[in-house]
Design a protein around this ligand. Sequence first.
Ligand code: RIB
Ligand code: CA
Length: 317
Amino acid sequence: MAELTDVWFDCDTGFDDLLALLVLSRNPSLRLRGVSTVVGNSSLDNTTANTLATVEAFGIEAPVYRGCPQPIAGRPQTIEGLLGEGGMGTTGRRLPEARHRQAEPEHGVRALSAYLRAASAPALVVATAPLTNVAQAINLDPSLAAKISRLVVMGGSAGSGNHTAAAEFNAFADPEAWDVVLRAGVPVEMFGLNLTRQVLIGPADRDRVDAVGTEVAGAIADYLDAYLRIRERDRPGPMPLHDPCTTVYLAHPEWFTLEPARVEMELAGRITRGQTVCEFRVPRKAEPNALVATRAEGKQVVDYAVDQVVAALRDAP
Ligand code: RIB
Ligand code: CA
């Protein structure tokens, strides 16, 4: 039997974080050691509650830890206005609040740090949120940067932004965190908007989820319906499947192209703060410090993600 790879998942659950976690939890080659939450899509209370509702509904046993309630600098940026109540809008049904699962007492940054320290070899971390927890772990103990073998992250963009014209939301929400991670030399595999916009989920996928026929499936279908109506409330349309690109990549790297680049975080730009500036002319123009995803087999990625969600719904307790 092949050796399992340990993985840590850092998220700001939101709907696409939920899908990413389901895909990760069903990867037979990975052992999910812990989940840390952070302020992002919504407040830390909401992202933690959404994560606990998810792990309880799907029987995911990994411990959940509350991380940072605010970014390293500046005020928390949340996007309930865009995503809906609590950071997870729905057109009807929603998951019940967790009744049995609670967050562990240990702070998420300390739990992540302990995971990294205890790892026999440098460890895998997946982040689908602002990088505050990861950066604070490194700020508290800089030696931990070398204990991260791979940081597979949804964030940034090698092209335009979404929260602003220049910045993707996760990067915009805590640019200093990105700067800490990049300067610390953490091996980053970046899945930015330039990539996730090639991976579109749509109404037919919602119908596939709804067809499972359970109450949990109905809730996921209604979250997805709301997600598909972010742009046009009265007409659900295709939307980028941002966070699951990271966890589908771990199962099927062959569906993605990643290229070495020099990624730098803009901290001071009056209108460009939070922009991940990607220089692909490496090493001629700059030393590379990351692998940046540039191409995806979009339909295969979405179909696989939905397959895993449907399977998780069928297996839900
Ligand atoms: O820009 C996309 C990112 O912002 C995703 O992680 C989504 O969950 C939101 O947090
Ligand atoms: Ca997210």
